[in-house]
Design a protein around this ligand. Sequence first.
Ligand code: ADP
Ligand code: MG
Ligand code: ZN
Length: 472
Amino acid sequence: MFEVVIGLEVHTQLNTKTKIFCSCATSFGEMPNTNVCPTCLALPGALPVLNEEAVKKAISFGQAIHATINKKSIFNRKNYFYPDLPKAYQISQFDIPIVEKGELFIDINGENKRIGITRAHLEEDAGKNIHESDFSKVDLNRAGTPLLEIVSEPELRSSDEAVAYLKKLHSIIRFLDISDANMQEGSFRCDANVSIRPKGEKKLYTRVEIKNLNSFRFIQKAIEYEVKRQIDAWEDGIYDKEVVQETRLFDTTKLITRSMRNKEESAEYRYFPDPDLLPVCLKDEFLECEIPELPDEKKLRYIKDFGIKENDAQILISSLEMSRFFENLIAQKLNPKLCVTWLNTELMGLLKAELTIENSPVDAEKLGSLIRCIEQGVISAKAAKEVLAFVFENVDFGIDEAIEKLGLKQVSDDTAIEAVIEDILKANQDKVREYKNGKDKLFGFFVGQVMKEGKGAFNPAKVNEILKAKLA
Ligand code: ADP
Ligand code: MG
Ligand code: ZN
C-alpha cells in the first residue's frame, strides 16, 4: 500500500596526508588543537590553497561511478555558525560540484538494480565539540579535513536496499583507496532521507533527514523505525502534523529517531562563490587518470582466471584486505583452489567474529608456506589444519617449525614406506593372491593397512605409487 523512498548522503573523509586548504596533517587521535594553523583556525587574512590530492581522489571516485567530471567546478561558502566552525562558513561546492550524474549497482533479491548518484562534491570537515558536565571544549584538529559528500537519487526502496547501496559504496571507496572509510572513527558517515507515499504515486512526499549514522546496523534500524513512524502517522490521520521536513537523530540505545531541528532550506545558507578560491579548472591529463580494479571486476576476473565459484569470489572481494591477502597467495604461484579453501574456510573459520583479516595472526606469507607444504605432500590436509590452528595461537612459530614441533611431517621416504608395505603383503598373502586373481577392490584394503601402520604420517600418494608397483 505504501512505497518507501530513501535517498542517502554519505560523507567520506579522503585519506590525504594534509587538509584540503592548508598543509596541516590529517592524522587521527592527536593531542587536541595541535594539527592546526592560521588557515584552519580561521585567523583573519589567512588564505586557503586547494589540495591537489583531494581533487584527484574525487575524480577517481567519479570515474568509478561512471559519472560526469566537471572540467570546471566552484567552491562556495555555506554560511552557518557553530563553535566548531570558526570561519562561520564551510567551504563546500554547491551548484557546480566536481562530480555529477553517476551510478552504482546493487544486488538485491537476485536482481541487479541501478541506483543513480546525483552528485559528489568536495568540502571541508568541521572540528569537534566535546561536551563535559559543566563546560564544553572545541578540538579543531579535524577542521579542514577533506570530505567527499556523495548524494544519491531518491531511488532506494527499502532499508535493505539502502544498506546494500552503502556497502557497495563503501567497498568502491576502499578499493579506490581514497578513504579508510572507518565507520567507528567517523570517516564514512551517512544521513538518511526517508519518506513514504501511496504505491503508484510519482510525487515525492515530505522527507525526514536522519543525521550521522555510523554503522550499517544503525542505518537499517533507523530507517525501519522512521518508515513505521510515518506509516503509523498516515494511518492515524495525523501525517501532516507528525511528518514535517526536519532533521532527526537516531537514539542508538532505544533504537528510535528524535526530532533535532527544523530542516534548513538551502537558501538559508546564503551560498556564494568563495572569493578566496579560484574555480577549479581541470587539465585533460587529470581526467584520464587510471583507477584501480573495482570489486565487481575483480570478482569476474577471479571466477574466470581461477575457475572458482561465485560464492567464493564474493567472499574474496568482501574487503580490500581480503582480496589483497588472496592476491598475495596467488602471487606465490600456489594452486588457486587450495588458496580459496585455506583462506575462505580454514583461516576465516579461525578468525570468526572477533578478528578480521587485517589483524589475522597468520599472514599471507605464512598461509602460503602451509599451502605449499600440502601441495608438495610434506603434510596431509588433516595435519595442515592442526598446524594452522597451532601457528594461529603461537605467532612466533614458522610453518616448518610448527610441523616439526607437532611431529606431523609425512613420511615420503621410500624405504620406510616400502618396509611397511612388504610386511603387510607378507602377512596377507591370501589377499594378495585374490587381488592378483582380479579382486581389485582389495587395493583399498592394502592402502588402509599401510596407512594405519604409518600412523597417518605416510604420504598417501607415495603409498599408492609403491603399492601399485609391488602388486604389479
Ligand atoms: P540537503 O543537503 O538539503 O539534505 P541534498 O540535495 O544534499 O539536500 O540531499 C537530499 C537527499 O535527500 C538526496 O539524497 C535525495 O535523493 C533525498 N531526497 C530528496 N527528496 C526526498 C524524499 N521526498 N524522500 C526521500 N529522499 C529524498
Ligand atoms: Mg542533507
Ligand atoms: Zn591548517
